[in-house]
Each structure stands twice: as structure tokens, then as C-alpha cells.
Design a protein around this ligand. Structure first.
Ligand SMILES: NC(=O)c1ccc[n+]([C@@H]2O[C@H](COP(=O)([O-])OP(=O)(O)OC[C@H]3O[C@@H](n4cnc5c(N)ncnc54)[C@H](O)[C@@H]3O)[C@@H](O)[C@H]2O)c1
Length: 359
């Protein structure tokens, strides 16, 4: 018999409402039972408008009373280690932590330790590799349509306004790793720009901007550029924020026999999700892409791992590598140096540079 899962969400803000709750409700083997949020308005709204059976002010009480098997942790990143520890220690089998993993590797390692001591499957929500535009492009690559992959460029952030690595850039790194076939890293080099992005009254993650200059509770840069040399020979590039050519997680893949363009989350009018130039074929080839819900797909894949074993491509080890690459871009800017692997750092060089008044 197919197992059933009791699912819950801790921190029921924008992403939880827009994507996690709808995803759980689409999965037939899941019963969505409860949420926890410190905001009374959100709790009232989730019960009355969204029909969630029970809402709690306190995550600990929710975990004790509801005993969920699956929990999404959709808080801001400074709180993620603490809330993940609570859920793992309460016996949750699958934790879907929103990205970024944490502010720094020290925070990510607290979460990994909690998952390990409890046997929890911990994934971090870089869902784009589950979007059919990315998986279709990867199928073309795997079929050899563009020969050997030489370079993958990930484009994100808003060129006119900014965008930071922790908020958007970790998605870009995960997408580049995916298209490069998740190879080990050889080295990373990077640079960042930090200027006033002029955020005012923006809706999410920026509620404290005017008082604290922080987004989602952490400092941000306004633009970043990174080169990732992978050990399989593929060169990755990350263009983010004011260094990004396009907003919305578009990507370009160059191979020895052609190239693939992947459109951003919101393509321009008439722009296909994926198009490819393939050696020996005239013009652009446009494969069929049927848009899906990548949040549902990442969770379904994790439930499959619980049931059948195997590795989830967004698991805590993959997410730690994404986080290390992010930290290496900051560290490269701090040291003005290429950062060679193996690389380890527990603090965030961005936070350290800002606190030291260096940038
Ligand atoms: N995967 C994606 O594509 C994607 C997109 C947007 C945001 N995110 C990430 O999701 C996370 C949340 O972002 P958001 O935009 O939903 O933020 P948000 O501000 O809308 O929601 C955060 C919620 O956390 C609640 N909260 C704070 N402390 C709490 C506590 N101790 N216990 C329970 N609830 C608590 C707040 O009341 C709020 O409702 C961020 O890390 C963000 O980067 C991911």
C-alpha cells in the first residue's frame, strides 16, 4: 500500500502560500494538516480563507501535536538552522528547507548535523532543475544534441535594480551545476558590487530594508559575477543582480556542436521556453515544453527517495556545495584571488567584510 504523509509548513509567508501549500495539495499521498506562523493575521487567513485545518503560533507546539512526516521550513534564512533543528529533533522524516540554506556554512552545518542525528531527509528548495524547461534542456544535452558541454551561463537578478546571491543567486548556481551534470568544482573566482539598490516598500524580504539595510534578515550585495571551473572541464559563469544580462533565471549552454537557450521564469512574448542550434540542422530547433509545478516535482521526488531509497539531487550535500560556491564568490572578492577546491569556510565573507567596514 502506498504510504500517506502528514505535511505541515513552518513560516507561512509569501513562498509558503504561493507554492508550498498548493504543491502539497496536489500530491495525492499527502494530507496537509497544519501550519505554524507567529503572525495572527496569517494564522486567521490560512484557517478561514485557505481552509487549513489547524494553525499554531508556536512551531514546537505544532510539531508535538501534529507529528508531521513532512515539513517545509519557509522562514527567512537567519532562523532556518534553529527551526530545522526543531523539526528534525521532533522526528520529521522529510524537511523541505527553502533556499538559501542559511546565511553561512556554519548555519548549514547545524542543519546537516540535525538531519544526520535523526536520519531525516533534508532538501533545499532550488526547484528550478525540476522545471520542465530545465529538464528538457538537460535531456537534449544528455542525448548529445550539442556535443560536449563547454560552458554554462546562468543569468539572474534585475540588471536595473540589483539582486543578491543569497536571495536569487543560489538558484543560478544550482541551475548551472545541473546543466553541467553536477560535477565537482576545481576552482571559483568572483567579484561583487555593493551599492544602495534603493529598495523602498518592496513586498517580500525587504520589510526591514529602511531600518536595517538587510534583505531577508541578511546583508546583500547588489551584483555578483562568478566563474566556476568544474573538474569535468565545463566552465560555469554566474551573472547576478546588476551584472546580470537578464532577470529570471535564464541560461545559455554552449557545446562543441551547438548551443541551447533556456528562457527565464517569465519569457518575452513569443519566446520559447527552450531553443537550440544543433550542428547540421538549419535554424532554431524548439522542443515541446509543457510547464509544470517544480515545487510539487521536488517534493514528489523526495517522497520517492523516502519510499525507494536513492539520492535526491537537492539534498543537503548538494545544497552545501551550492552554498560553498556562493561563499567562494564572496571570498574571492575579499582575497582578490582564485579559490581552489577543496575549500572550507564557516563564516560568510560578505557579512565579515561588511561588519569590518571593508565594503
Ligand atoms: N524557492 C523560491 O523560488 C523562493 C522564492 C521566494 C522566496 N524564497 C525563500 O523563502 C524564504 C521565505 O521568503 P518569503 O518571501 O516567503 O518571506 P515572508 O516574509 O513572506 O514569510 C516569512 C514568514 O515567516 C514567519 N515567521 C517569522 N518567524 C517565525 C517563527 N519563529 N515561527 C514561525 N513563523 C515565523 C513570518 O511571520 C512570515 O509569515 C526566504 O528564504 C526566501 O529566500 C524562495
Amino acid at each position: 500500500m502506498t504510504p500517506r504523509y502528514r505535511a505541515a509548513i513552518i513560516a507561512c509567508g509569501h513562498i509558503a502560500r504561493a507554492h508550498h501549500l498548493p504543491a502539497y495539495r496536489k500530491i495525492s499521498r499527502v494530507d496537509f494538516v497544519a501550519g505554524a506562523d507567529i503572525s495572527p493575521e496569517i494564522r486567521a487567513n490560512w484557517e478561514s480563507e485557505l481552509g487549513v485545518p489547524r494553525m499554531y503560533a508556536d512551531a514546537v507546539e505544532m510539531l508535538e501535536k501534529e507529528k508531521p512526516d513532512v515539513v517545509s521550513i519557509c522562514c527567512w534564512p537567519p532562523l532556518r538552522p534553529e527551526l530545522t533543528e526543531l523539526a528534525a529533533d521532533a522526528g520529521v522524516k522529510l524537511i523541505v528547507a527553502e533556499k538559501p540554506f542559511a546565511i553561512d556554512i556554519a548555519g548549514a552545518d547545524r542543519m546537516i548535523a540535525a538531519a544526520k542525528r535523526n536520519g531525516t531527509l533534508l532538501i533545499v528548495g532550488h526547484q528550478r532543475r525540476y522545471h520542465t524547461r530545465y529538464s528538457t534542456a538537460k535531456e537534449l544535452i544528455n542525448a548529445g544534441a550539442i556535443g560536449d558541454v563547454v560552458q554554462v551561463s546562468g543569468l539572474s537578478g534585475i540588471p536595473t535594480r540589483g539582486g543578491d546571491m543569497l536571495t536569487g543567486g543560489t538558484h543560478t548556481i544550482d541551475a548551472v551545476r545541473f546543466l553541467a551534470s553536477d560535477p565537482p568544482v576545481d576552482w571559483v573566482v568572483g567579484q561583487i558590487d555593493r551599492r544602495d539598490p534603493g529598495f523602498t516598500n518592496a513586498p517580500v524580504g525587504l520589510q526591514q530594508w529602511e531600518e536595517t539595510g538587510r534583505r531577508y534578515g541578511h546583508h546583500v550585495e547588489t551584483g555578483a559575477f562568478g566563474v566556476i571551473q568544474f573538474k569535468n572541464g565545463v566552465r560555469g559563469t554566474i551573472e547576478n543582480g546588476i551584472m546580470g544580462r537578464r532577470a529570471g533565471w535564464a541560461a545559455l549552454v554552449y557545446g562543441t556542436d551547438g548551443m541551447i537557450e533556456i528562457a527565464p521564469d517569465q519569457p518575452s512574448e513569443g519566446e520559447p521556453w527552450v531553443r537550440a542550434h544543433i550542428k547540421g540542422m538549419a535554424g532554431w530547433q524548439v522542443p515541446e515544453v509543457i510547464p509544470n509545478d517544480p515545487f510539487q516535482a521536488e517534493i514528489e521526488a523526495a517522497l520517492d527517495v523516502l519510499e525507494k531509497g536513492g539520492q535526491h539531487p537537492l539534498d543537503m550535500y548538494a545544497a552545501r556545495e551550492v552554498h560553498l560556491i556562493t561563499m567562494a564568490i564572496f571570498e574571492s572578492a575579499r582575497r582578490r584571488a582564485r579559490i581552489d577546491w577543496p575549500f572550507e569556510i564557516s563564516e560568510s565573507p560578505l557579512e565579515a567584510m561588511i561588519q569590518a567596514g571593508e565594503i
